[in-house]
Design a protein around this ligand. Structure first.
Ligand SMILES: [Zn+2]
Length: 247
């Protein structure tokens, strides 16, 4: 029997019998762990309500390394991120990032860089009045997640023919995995991307200095469309929480 002590976020919960639940935790030090916990708040289980997404917990769980289910020894709230639970828009953004982390990580495979990215993105989301604001927090999160997952966008040259990219308006081709030149854009299904969005994207990926001002609404929409297409193509699935971002 081994003890595992770590900070963790709840990704999902499943009902187990009348009074228990399986909690899928994303721990900083051990990756994703499935833990059996009490579900009923009554009786001796004062901690049952702690198991909700967008709350950083400090957990100690135990179990045999060869088994897939662990048991809770203790759980405490390390950071509640209350503001995210009080605003539907921010809640939707947080749950969207939670789903992306769930899709991108594996059971019992440590991924501390994904944990740090998620934690920092939630901190930024919990300060919605400060730049860059919730939509751009999501865009930065998506780009970093894609890069950590090995799906970085091809931005330095045409993702199809390897030719030079013009400094102006660009196109994005999902099959090629990045921006494409005008010649390739003419013969392939291409999402048109404006100059401002293109520049900002290159800045976010470290190819050029990040522009000092945030992109305008049209450029933000370009970035949102492009990254959503790239994410769903690379991950090979729909993101269930995505439509809730725009209710
Ligand atoms: Zn090309």
């Amino acid at each position: 029997m081994a003890l595992y002590r770590s900070d963790a976020f709840v990704l999902r919960t499943y009902k187990l019998g009348e009074s228990d639940q399986i909690v899928v935790l994303f721990t900083r030090d051990f990756g994703k762990l499935r833990v059996v916990a009490r579900r009923n708040r009554r009786g001796h289980s004062r901690t049952a309500g702690y198991y909700q997404p967008l709350t950083r917990l400090h957990v100690i769980v135990y179990g045999r390394p060869t088994r897939s289910l662990y048991h809770t020894h203790s759980v405490d709230i390390a950071q509640a991120f209350r503001v995210l639970h009080q605003d539907f828009n921010l809640l939707s953004c947080g749950l969207y990032m939670t789903e992306l982390i769930d899709i991108s990580t594996q059971d019992r495979q440590p991924a501390p860089e994904f944990f740090a990215l998620f934690d920092e993105a939630l901190e930024a989301l919990a300060r919605p009045e400060q730049p860059p604001g919730a939509p751009m927090v999501l865009r930065h999160f998506e780009i970093s997640l894609l890069t950590l997952s090995g799906y970085a966008l091809q931005l330095s040259e045409c993702a199809h023919c390897g030719g030079e990219l013009p400094p102006g308006a660009c196109g994005y081709n999902a099959r090629a995995g990045g921006l494409v030149c005008a010649t390739c854009a003419a013969t392939r299904h291409t999402l048109k991307i404006g100059r401002a969005a293109c520049g900002y994207l290159r800045g976010m990926m470290g190819h050029i200095p990040l522009p000092e001002t945030l992109p305008d609404t049209a450029a933000q929409q370009d970035l949102e469309r492009l990254l959503h297409l790239h994410l769903t193509t690379c991950l090979g699935r729909k993101i269930k929480s995505y439509p809730f971002l725009y209710l």
